[in-house]
Design a protein around this ligand. Sequence first.
Ligand code: F6P
Length: 323
Amino acid sequence: MRIGLLTSGGDAPGMNAAIRAVVRQADALGHEVWGIYHGYQGLLEGDMALLPSRACANILQRGGTMLHSARCSDFHRLEQRAVAAARLKDAEIEALVVIGGDGSFRAAEALQREHGVACAGIPGTIDNDLPGTERTLGFDTALNTAVEAIDRIRDTASSHGRLFLVEVMGRSSGMLAVHTALACGAEAVLYPESTEDSYEHLLSQLNAAWLRGKQSSIVVVAEGDAEGGRAMAVGERLRRDHALDLRVVVLGHVQRGGSPTAIDRIWGSRWGCEAVRRLDRGEQGFYVGEMAGALVAQPLSRILEPQPVPPGDLGRMVSILAR
Ligand code: F6P
């Protein structure tokens, strides 16, 4: 079988581990993998090449994706998906493995449903916001990167008795924000899915911290979709209303880079192998994942379900533990 492989959407540490595993597991089973460069955009342009096992040497420990990635708005159009299906057919590619997040899986689901392309998904996004899996590649690495950065910020925050607002990624998901806040002992966390995500609630939390004798505070803020970033907007309002000597740090794409943690390498490897083994058995239209520590597979159509929200008790725990 000839398998096409692409990475799409925001890159995530661990994608290279999954690429390596797909290529080498396929090789072990007698299949051939063609790497498609620059995600779905590259598929539309026919930008692909054979990936032998040796092409994946020395990538396991590297962040980013050796296949490059892109956000491809063209793929939202029916006609463009027909072009993609034709490209695959011309290249005699019988199955397509997609490593990516929500948008990438939705595109794969449409390709499979509309054109019968045999698709398999491997979750790769630092947001960890896909239904049917409790883990996505890159989340663990991004979380550790954010925690390490905030530990450093904590040193200077306490030296100066300052309030810091630290923005982490996650335009529509607070998963990274809540887990980061819990892991670095933040005084408060703002994230879109929270019922307590309001300026007034934040003020009362900061006030309570101050009354308890805290000289400095860290507030983790999920990026959200405010222009210029949410932390900046909240910071400006706090400065204006309360003349606070605060600082805003936007961690941004720092969280997307860097060498993947062992966990992300291990799951990238396991998922890459599993995806190929299932295709080899004739399965299609699925994505692999992890539930309660076990490797699982979900029908690709599950991607159309609502995205999971951070467990509510984690946000509350952040406040309780900040006492
Ligand atoms: O989906 C991953 C992610 O890093 C989000 O957390 C973030 O909102 C978005 O990508 C940023 O996208 P871009 O790199 O295209 O600016």
